[in-house]
Design a protein around this ligand. Structure first.
Ligand SMILES: CC(C)(COP(=O)(O)OP(=O)(O)OC[C@H]1O[C@@H](n2cnc3c(N)ncnc32)[C@H](O)[C@@H]1OP(=O)(O)O)[C@@H](O)C(=O)NCCC(=O)NCCS
Length: 155
């Protein structure tokens, strides 16, 4: 990065700080989590375990994933959401498994930008509240056989 690029980068970071002073303050980062999901393996689970999809994904997630025209994209979307849920669990330092389901961590999408965000419910919400989390950042990516998600939780 040359000097001019560095200055541009820093001014963009400053703008973000002004827009989102709390969210983008690194001192507010509590933990991170990452996960990778194998798309064909998840597709097999979805085919072989009858209630796998309704057990693990919310109605809104299912609607989005099922809108995919190609079967491989449908599977990638589910895999990316599964990875995101596991990344969130890691970032929250684990969640009491008793009565916890992955539907408690929903990956929703900003309708305009398409950017994903996390909505917590049930035990996941309780866990986040216990450790003082009020912001969750998520980024997801998927290609042929793999989906990856990275999560940052902030106070
Ligand atoms: C966002 C974008 C970079 C995704 O890249 P990609 O290589 O095609 O796909 P990836 O597999 O890496 O990522 C896909 C995921 O990115 C996420 N995503 C989509 N839009 C996003 C955004 N604005 N910000 C952050 N994440 C976004 C979604 O969760 C998506 O997965 P999903 O559809 O299953 O929910 C791409 O869609 C893009 O370029 N969008 C337009 C960006 C733009 O506005 N460009 C104009 C200036 S050049």
């Amino acid at each position: 990065m040359d000097k001019e690029q560095e200055l541009t980068y820093l001014s963009q970071i400053r703008e973000l700080h002004q827009l989102f002073p709390q969210e983008y303050n690194a001192q507010n980062i509590v933990d991170i989590g990452i996960d990778m999901c194998n798309v064909p393996r998840l597709q097999k689970d979805m085919e072989e375990i009858g209630p796998f999809i309704p057990d693990n994904f919310t109605d809104e997630e299912i609607v989005y994933c099922e809108q995919a025209r190609q079967p491989f994209l449908r599977a990638q979307r589910y895999a990316a959401r599964f990875a995101a849920k596991e990344a969130v669990v890691k970032a929250l330092g684990g969640i009491d498994r008793n009565g916890f389901g992955y539907k408690d961590i929903a990956v929703l999408k900003d309708e305009i930008s398409g950017k994903p965000f996390i909505f917590l419910d049930g035990k996941a919400k309780t866990r986040a509240e216990e450790i003082g989390i009020n912001k969750i950042l998520i980024s997801i990516t998927h290609e042929k056989d793999h989906a990856v998600a990275w999560c940052i939780v902030m106070k």
